[in-house]
Every structure is written in structure tokens, then in C-alpha cells.
Design a protein around this ligand. Structure first.
Ligand code: HEC
Length: 126
């Protein structure tokens, strides 16, 4: 009888270890790639909250201007610049483009997580 209890104990210990390892492996997928994919999906929505979505004004093709500048290669300007551009578009107006055109409503309409996902996606545009 004792032997059976021992076997059950060992088995449940193994299960706990497997569960812990599995969780550890999943973390990067849901953090990195999943965020980039979610950010891309957000970027491509034609409506975001109460405003037109990013894709209606921004191309990711180099040199293609819609209303706003092409975001091809935007990663070179860095994460902080991209985040500020989304939260407070008039903080640093891109040369050759009018201020007050990009909606300043995204900081209210998007969650912190959604903004992070957009930033992560735009950081892949190298
Ligand atoms: C109604 C059109 C419009 C929409 C919608 C819009 N933008 Fe913009 N965006 C602009 C314009 C115009 C500029 C350039 C003037 C400025 O800096 O505010 C700009 C600038 C930017 C810049 C800085 C580009 C550079 O090279 O300096 C980034 C980054 C950016 N937008 C990201 C976004 C993201 C992400 C979204 C969606 C959440 C979005 N924009 C939605 C019009 C828009």
C-alpha cells in the first residue's frame, strides 16, 4: 500500500514539473510573436475606437504616402519615438506633414497592451 502512495507522489511531482516547464516554453510565444501578430491586426483595422485606423493613413511600402508618411523602416526611429507618435502625435510632427491630422485619440481608445502590441509590430518594419 505504501508503495502505491509513493508512486502516486512521484507521478504528481512529475506532472507539476512538466506543467512548469510547459508554461516556461509558452511564455516567449505569447509575449513576442503573438504581440507582433496582434499589433499587425490592430494596424490593419480600418476603424480603431472612434477614429480611422492606422492603415487608412499609413502604408508600410517604402515611399508610398497616403495621408501620413509611409512607415517602412520606422523601426530605425526607435520604440520611444513610435510610442510617442501614437500617444501624442503632435509632440514630434514629421517634416513635410501637417500637425493635427493624425488622431490624438488613440491613447484613450487603445489599451496600454494594444499600444505595446502596435509598437512591437512597427519595430519589425526595418
Ligand atoms: C487620419 C490619418 C492618420 C491616422 C488614422 C493615423 N496616422 Fe499616423 N500620422 C499621420 C500624419 C499626417 C503623420 C505625420 C504628422 C505627425 O507627425 O503628426 C503621422 C505620423 C505618424 C508616425 C510618425 C512617422 C514618422 O516617420 O515620423 C507614426 C509612427 C504613426 N503616425 C503611427 C500611426 C499609428 C500606429 C496609427 C494607428 C494607431 C496611426 N499613425 C494613425 C496620419 C495618421
Amino acid at each position: 500500500m505504501k508503495k502505491i502512495i509513493f508512486v502516486i507522489l512521484v507521478l504528481s511531482l512529475l506532472l507539476v514539473m512538466v506543467a512548469a516547464c510547459g508554461g516556461g516554453e509558452k511564455a516567449p510565444a505569447s509575449g513576442g510573436d503573438a504581440d507582433v501578430a496582434a499589433g499587425k491586426a490592430l494596424f490593419n483595422k480600418t476603424v480603431l475606437g472612434a477614429s480611422p485606423g492606422c492603415v487608412t493613413c499609413h502604408s508600410i511600402e517604402s515611399g508610398k504616402t497616403i495621408v501620413g508618411p509611409s512607415l517602412a523602416g520606422i523601426a530605425s526611429k526607435g520604440e520611444d519615438f513610435i510610442r510617442t507618435s501614437i500617444i501624442d502625435p503632435d509632440a514630434d510632427v514629421t517634416e513635410g506633414f501637417p500637425s493635427g491630422t493624425m488622431p490624438s485619440t488613440f491613447k484613450d481608445d487603445l489599451s496600454e497592451q494594444e499600444i505595446n502590441q502596435l509598437v512591437k509590430y512597427l519595430m519589425t518594419l526595418k
